[in-house]
Design a protein around this ligand. Sequence first.
Ligand code: ZN
Length: 497
Amino acid sequence: MFARFVFAVIGIALCSWTYADYLEVYSNAYVYQESNTASQQLDYIRPDDFTDPVYLRLVQSSLENGYYRVMLRDRPGSGWIYKSRARLRAGDLPATIGPNTHDEEILPDIEAAPSSMPWPVNFDASEITNPGLEIYIFSLGQADSMLVIGPPPERRTLLVDAGEELTGPKDKYLHVRNRIEQITGSLSVDYLVISHFHTDHIGSPGRGPCTTRGNPSGIFALLADQPNPLTVGTLIDRGDAGLGFTPGRSTPHCGVLNHIDDWTSRGVVTQRITPSFGTADIDLGTGIIIEVVATDGRVGVNDAGAMAHAENSTPNLFSDSEQASENDYSVALEISLGDFELFTGGDLTGSAPGDEGHTHLRRQFGNRAQIYTNVESHMIREWRRSGRESDVEVYRVNHHGSAHSSNNDLLHALEPEVAIYSTGGDYGHPADTTVERLDYADQFITTRVSDDTWPNGFPNVYGDIVGEIHISVAADGSRYQLNDWVYPSYSDAAEAQ
Ligand SMILES: [Zn+2]
């Protein structure tokens, strides 16, 4: 989309020597004046691709605050680059790069912003200390969970999903519980949104009505745990709608609905509602807007839904043996504060590449087939019809980066600066096709990538595997910090240009 603008500030030349080792930089990266993101940006490095790194000379080999000190490329002086953006290499620079002098350094890589949206001239890149909105995306392997916190003093909380991996000890809920307690100081949340009823988003009910095996995990364990259950104000889940497209209702679905009744009767959930379109369901405090933009394959009050749309074009598409995927029912939210906007849509499907005429994709799993309905394009059609300004800052990538989501219709509408994959690296996630469709964004991964899809690891040029993600949004929404990096938010007017 738009390249980051480089502040051309002349550094002061104090360094006349370099350390023998050097850095290879594969990923887009800033060089800062000090070893922190709050200091002046001296250079922006943008390698052409991961086979063609930019080399930097080291001033010292030891880290300071996680930063290396390097020689500037285009002028005398030194700066600091964060360690995850570079690889330390032993020995002198490769001979092809030339001798260690400033004059023969590779290239001054300062480029003009290609779009009409430059990095704001007066952008304040200092650390955000009094956020009006905070978002945590926990690192849970393939499981998914996100905590959203509104402004002080109330700091109201919204938990979106708390799932488990399909294999292993199924104890991710313990991590979610610990993090909620550490971050908020309590074991209650004001809202819990369940995006859809898959195990990696809710865990398993364990033995009980409709289910015959296993122990409770995920949300079921969080809410059942004694003596310290998580308590919930308002639970919002997709309910029991759309069964015409999943005629043979799945066992997990039945188990979930039975447990929800139990939660409300025991009082660990105060009330349970199904999502309504618009912003009325969730109130995290002044300035925070949380809008439901999709649920049950529907994208508006009067919408019959993407599944009905698909069945209109292909009669009898859905049947007992070929049901709509549970993913298609995902609840999608847009969370905003001022100019900051984040889209999160569970495992919403797009049957990529997803042009407008492409209503669904039939997927064969063993001797059963399933339909992935193109809900993404269905939603974007509605957004275009209503003239909605759809550009966001952050996109929590649908379905862990699956190739069957994040289609071109959706990405052209969202045009995020930052993309976040919540993935443990199973199932080919994130798909290389999805990563390439998002290559204009800075991409971050919570846990790990698929060994099959990325046998040589995830190329740094695309992004970083960073573990838990913490986003702090300034109280006025004008900028936000993701772990160590501070970004500007763009106004709808600027984004519409
Ligand atoms: Zn999932």
